[in-house]
Design a protein around this ligand. Structure first.
Ligand code: FAD
Ligand code: SF4
Ligand code: SF4
Length: 371
């Protein structure tokens, strides 16, 4: 066992083993700027600059730097370590989607509700946190007009939060926007991201990864089964269904890919046709429910314009109460939609089966009985 695991161990145990999600936590945590990020041709992977130890090793790591392995939310016994840090204990086998309480919510501001993907609650939380001086900036995902390519972005204002609301189903390593947020003076930064990214702040905090661990002070997770390669637009949506990306105005996944076009029509693409375009970094991901976020958000369930929330931490509970008291959201108990909770359980189990048997066994733990 290596005492001070560094890029060499990260490269062999995570990056080249298939467990790397491409979350970019190692890239933004590296204090020597020797890691870069490749997001071309569906790669979404970190790489090490040749000048400084080559592809597989790092001269700073040889001298004792361990920052990249401290930041990585897939390194060794990440799940149990972050569970204990976030909620004070390891989960039980039955807590297949992590620790937390399920509620349903939607934004009461019509503009926020109308712009959001489901109930607009993620945007409502960001707006509340910005307006109440709880955060200085949020790391979110933007997309250019008609391109549908998801890109990391910083939101500091209402306009920026609303302009980046909604879901894109290609990958956006939102952590890559961190340097821009900090360069503009942000000290308290919220991260919005799928489970792979949402575990990064906890990993950094429990392994004491310096300033970045302290600054990432709020994590909003997005439920997620997978993301897709950008080529899905040309090779499936356009080639088979004649849907060109410039005409697409909104997308959602509700058992099928739902695609709305400029002319007001909604088109359905069966998910089984999309599976061939699954992004490589998602193939072994065990985390459907963004288990280490303060609050996780998803769109499953019978109520189309509501967001399903899993409220996990004290900070998450405090924010939810603030939003309710401030008249920003309305909530109803998760029990109002037992089908959604059962589906959450099932999808979380499906994801956990993907974690390889050769790695730390905890993320594969699946309960024998269903609730
Ligand atoms: C790739 C992906 C897969 C998902 N899969 C599921 C699923 O299988 N089941 C389910 O119930 N829910 C899933 N969701 C979550 C769902 O689509 C909504 O994001 C969630 O319900 C919150 O809705 P909202 O209206 O409250 O959020 P909004 O107020 O619309 O805010 C959404 C936030 O997500 C950010 N965002 C958008 N796209 C991306 C991206 N590609 N990467 C990182 N951040 C992004 C936006 O910048 C914004 O801050 C997925 C989301 C994404 C991005
Ligand atoms: S999972 Fe994230 S932190 Fe870990 S090696 Fe991959 S990109 Fe880096
Ligand atoms: S399935 Fe979702 S949470 Fe998992 S690696 Fe892919 S994008 Fe990240």
């Amino acid at each position: 066992m290596v005492d001070k695991p560094q890029w060499r161990e990260l490269f062999s145990e995570v990056v080249t083993s298939g467990q790397c999600t491409g979350c970019a936590a190692c890239v933004v945590a590296c204090p020597h700027d020797v890691l870069d990020y490749d997001d071309q041709d569906g790669h979404y992977k970190p790489w090490h600059l040749d000048i400084d130890g080559g592809r597989e090793d790092c001269t700073h790591g040889i001298k004792g730097c361990t920052m990249c392995t401290r930041a990585c939310p897939r390194f060794r016994s990440w799940e149990a370590e972050i569970d204990v840090h976030r909620v004070g204990r390891e989960r039980t086998e039955d807590e297949v989607y992590g620790v937390g309480d399920v509620v349903l919510a939607r934004a009461l501001d019509p503009e926020v509700a109308g712009t959001g993907q489901d109930g607009g609650v993620v945007s409502a939380i960001l707006l509340y946190a910005l307006e109440h001086d709880l955060i200085d900036a949020a790391l979110v995902s933007a997309t250019g007009e008609g391109t549908w390519r998801a890109e990391p972005a910083v939101a500091r204002t209402r306009d920026e939060v609303l302009a980046t609301a909604g879901s894109r189903y290609t990958y956006s390593a939102n952590l890559l926007a961190y340097p821009e947020a900090v360069a503009a003076g942000a000290e308290r930064v919220a991260l919005v991201g799928m489970g792979c990214m949402a575990s990064a702040p906890g990993a950094m905090q429990v392994r004491k990864a310096g300033k970045i661990a302290r600054r990432l002070s709020l994590t909003i997770g997005l439920l997620c089964s997978k993301t897709f390669d950008d080529r899905i637009f040309d090779e499936l949506f356009e080639a088979r269904y004649g849907l060109v990306r410039e005409d697409i105005v909104k997308m959602n996944i509700k058992g099928v890919f739902q695609i709305w076009t400029r002319d007001g029509a909604m088109h359905e693409v069966p998910l089984k046709e999309a599976h061939a375009f699954t992004r490589e970094g998602c193939q072994q991901c065990p985390d459907f429910a963004a288990e280490h976020a303060d609050i996780s958000a998803g769109g499953i369930g019978a109520f189309g314009d509501w967001t399903l929330l899993i409220v996990r931490t004290e900070l998450g509970r405090m924010l939810l109460q603030g939003l309710i008291d401030g008249g920003r959201i309305e909530v109803r108990p998760g029990d109002d939609d037992p089908g959604a909770v059962a589906l959450l359980h099932k999808l979380a189990q499906v994801s956990r089966r993907r974690w390889p048997e050769s790695a730390d066994p905890k993320p594969r733990l699946i309960p024998l009985r269903r609730p």
